[in-house]
Design a protein around this ligand. Sequence first.
Ligand code: 3PG
Length: 220
Amino acid sequence: MDAARSLDVLWVMQDAPVIPVIVLSEVAHAVPLARALVAGGIRMLEITLRSPQALACMRAIAAEVPDAVLGAGTVRNAQDARAAAAAGARFAVSPGYTGSLGRACLDLGLPLLPGVATASDIMRCQDDGLCAFKFFPALAAGGGAMLKAWGGPFAEARFCPTGGVTLDNAPALLALPNVVCVGGSWLVPPDALAQADWPRITRLAQEAVALRPGARASLC
Ligand code: 3PG
């Protein structure tokens, strides 16, 4: 197992209670959005590879917002991982896991938070030395009850539940001993982006940071 690789992912997960899942379709939004989130206390930013502009947005943030720690989301294969790293990503989040994606991230030195939804997914990732996971789609796949159940056979595993998480249901998830942080798109509402309402996004980030004061020491 590559402990350094897992610890890097835990460093990303422990920085704040929420990793924002960000979908950007306009490059002009990238830098003010990143600054608004950082101003609210959220530094770990997951920019999803879901739009043709995503890599350009990442390059802009990497160049102009040094306080942000740029991550790439929706990384589905080795090619995505290489493109994200070239655009300045310092960590990668994937909806699922393949060995070729894991190897590419290892070669690139890109910490990977791989998506899991079943016990077999966790075991496959563990075989490749990973011990921290994005539980996706969290609410649809069992939510807190599933995380509690996994605490038995996978007591050492740590999770970032994502998918259906909100400001309202996040506290119950964050209270679980195997949850380090949650992920969610609610910090970056499409209408706030369209209106360039950066103060609203800073307020949403501040609310998210207040979900749990301080970082939890949580090693696997
Ligand atoms: C993801 O890609 O992680 C999810 O689509 C985010 O889910 P949410 O929009 O329900 O937060």
